[in-house]
Every structure is written in structure tokens, then in C-alpha cells.
Design a protein around this ligand. Structure first.
Ligand code: ASP
Length: 341
């Protein structure tokens, strides 16, 4: 049996941070490897690359996503799996973006990080890193990669990347997939929920995508939101698409000024994507009169997509230069497992 070959891509985040007088700051990756001698005990071939200047993931952006994609694309044939070490704050956005950008992905891309730095006495980084490397190396009964998509492996759970959300800033179990079953559990054994894993009938070559278009807006509704606030946001220069964070099952005010503002924006070519504020469930735009009015204004339902995946999907579709009608069609269907259509 050949040793699994795993590439670790270190982008920054708490997992590799150290205490400094100015607070926690990203440190050189060698520190991280020094602190995890257990990785050597796995008996795998493990290599690593790192961002020249590791970042706190609050600074993550589409250029950095492109760097991760390039690291994977450049090394795709040389490794069995990839582990992306990343700060937890925007990990769900990155996992979603990678799912769209790594077109035709057929190998494991396992994103992880930690809530406490690996160098700390009590920490969650070692378990998360070692587990992620094992998940990236796992094979199914046919000898194919167990994971053939982007996942987040964190504490005791493996979840689909484009379904994930960071739901606690303090808990070690930091990521949940509210609208899709967990892909695996990590306890005494690592168990995979095989019926829910992504499988592909073809072996297309990886087709990396780099042209994410960030000209989008996330507009969060709340009772009392004013006409000037709504109109100012919709008139933001350069904005091509809006993630509309609606109430409950995808509902919004039915005041005429609001519906007119949305309707006018749609007529001018703006794409408006309905994503509920609720973590669990999704929008059923036609269930209530208040949601149906949005359909009539030309708003597209995001069903049970997360906000993180909606942001990534819009950046991907806008960046792909497709005609507006095609973009609208893709928004209503699952492209990489991001929604239940
Ligand atoms: N601020 C850190 C980051 O996202 C938090 C973490 O890694 O947990 O980079």
C-alpha cells in the first residue's frame, strides 16, 4: 500500500497563532509543525505550503481564495488530498467559495482550523489538524477518495463546505450544517455518512476558476427598515446582485415602497436572491403572501442555501460572465450541493 500523500496549505488563523503583546498574531508555519509531532506518526507523506504572510481570516478575500485554488490546482496530481488550515471566522465562506472555484473537484479538500492556538496548553488544534489529515487520506471500499468535495472537518464533525456555518465564537464544536446531514463523525472512529457524500460518474480534470466578482451586497431586513436605507443600498454603485436576508420562510414587508424599490432594482438588471435569516429550514417564497410578493417583484428563491454559500455562488456566477437569464436559472438549482432544490 502506498503512503497517502497529503498537502497542507496554511493560510493563517488561530490554529497557527502565538500570543504577542499586541494580541494573537499569525506565526510561521514551522511553529505549527513543530507542535504536532503526531503528524509524523501517521506514516503519511505530508508536505506543506503557506501564505507568505499568513492572515487572520477576517482579511480573507477572493484574491486569497485564488491563491488557495492555485496551490491545489498546481499540486492536484501529486497529492491524494488537501488540507486547508484557515481561521474559523470566515472558514464557511472559504469552504463555499472553494466548492464553486474548484470545478470538477474529485479529490478531498478538507478545511480546518481551531478555536485555540496549537501552542496553547489546552487547545483543539492538534485534534482538528490530525483528523483533517486522516479525512483527506481516507478511501472508500472501491479505493476511491472517501471525500470527493470540499468539506469542513472540525472537532467531532465533518460537514459539507458549502452547507457550513460558524455558529459559535467560543465552542469547540464551531461549525454546523443546518440544512444537510453531517458527512461524518469523528470520535473513537471516523465514520462517514456515505449516502450523503458527493459522488461523480466521470473523471473530468480539475478546472480551476479564479474570476470571482465581488460586486454584491448583503441586505439584512429588520422591522422598521426605512425607505432611504433600502434605496441607498440598492443604489450602491457597482452592485450587480443582492443577497436579501428575509424573515422566516423567505418573507419581507409588503409595503408598496419596498416592493417598488425591489421591483425597480430587478428591472434595472439587479439580481436579488432570497436567503432567510433563519439558520435552519429555508425559504418557501410562495408559502405566504409576503413571500409571494417577492416572487412577483422578480426576487429569486435561494431555498435552504446559507448566506455564506449564496455570497460565493453569486460571486462565482457573476464572475463567469454568463447571460443574466442563465445566472438566474443556476441560482435556483444546486450546482455543488449548496441547496436542496
Ligand atoms: N480570527 C481568527 C480567524 O478567523 C479566529 C480563528 O481562527 O478561530 O482567523
Amino acid at each position: 500500500m502506498e503512503k497517502p500523500r497529503i498537502l497542507i496549505i496554511y493560510t493563517g488563523g488561530t490554529i497557527g497563532m502565538v500570543e504577542t503583546p499586541e494580541g494573537l498574531q499569525p506565526f510561521d508555519f514551522s511553529h505549527l509543525m513543530d507542535n504536532v509531532p503526531k503528524l509524523g506518526e501517521l506514516g503519511y507523506e505530508i508536505d506543506s505550503v503557506q501564505f507568505k504572510n499568513p492572515i487572520d481570516s477576517s482579511n480573507m478575500n477572493p484574491q486569497y481564495w485564488g491563491m488557495i485554488v492555485k496551490d491545489i490546482a498546481d499540486n492536484y496530481d501529486k497529492y491524494d488530498g488537501f488540507v486547508v488550515l484557515h481561521g474559523t471566522d470566515t472558514m464557511a465562506y472559504t469552504a463555499s467559495a472553494l466548492a464553486f472555484m474548484l470545478r470538477n473537484l474529485r479529490k478531498p479538500v478538507v478545511v480546518t482550523g481551531s478555536q485555540l492556538p496549537i501552542g496553547d496548553v489546552r487547545e483543539d488544534g492538534t485534534q482538528n489538524l490530525v483528523s483533517a489529515v486522516q479525512v483527506a487520506a481516507a478511501k472508500d471500499a472501491n479505493g476511491d477518495p472517501m471525500i470527493q468535495e470540499v468539506v469542513i472537518s472540525f472537532q467531532d464533525y465533518i460537514v459539507r463546505g458549502c452547507r457550513s456555518t460558524k455558529f459559535t465564537s467560543t465552542g469547540f464544536h464551531a461549525f454546523k450544517s443546518f440544512n444537510y446531514p453531517d458527512l461524518g463523525t469523528i470520535d473513537l472512529h471516523i465514520e462517514y455518512a456515505e449516502p450523503y457524500l458527493m459522488r461523480h460518474d466521470d473523471k473530468l480534470p480539475l478546472d480551476p476558476f479564479y474570476a470571482m466578482d465581488p460586486n454584491i451586497l448583503v441586505m439584512w431586513l429588520y422591522p422598521g427598515i426605512t425607505e432611504s436605507v433600502v434605496k441607498a443600498q440598492l443604489a450602491t454603485p457597482g452592485v450587480k446582485a443582492v443577497v436579501l436576508r428575509t424573515f422566516g420562510a423567505g418573507n419581507a414587508p409588503t409595503e408598496q415602497w419596498f416592493l417598488d424599490a425591489l421591483g425597480d432594482a430587478v428591472k434595472k438588471g439587479l439580481i436579488v436572491y432570497n436567503v432567510t435569516q433563519c439558520a435552519n429550514g429555508g425559504d418557501e417564497q410562495k408559502r405566504y403572501y409576503t413571500g409571494d410578493m417577492l416572487s412577483k417583484a422578480g426576487v429569486i428563491s435561494g431555498y435552504d442555501i446559507t448566506c455564506e454559500a449564496a455570497v460565493a455562488k453569486l460571486m462565482y456566477l457573476l464572475g463567469s460572465g454568463l447571460p443574466a437569464d442563465t445566472v438566474r436559472e443556476y441560482l435556483g438549482v444546486s450546482m455543488v450541493g449548496e441547496l436542496t432544490d
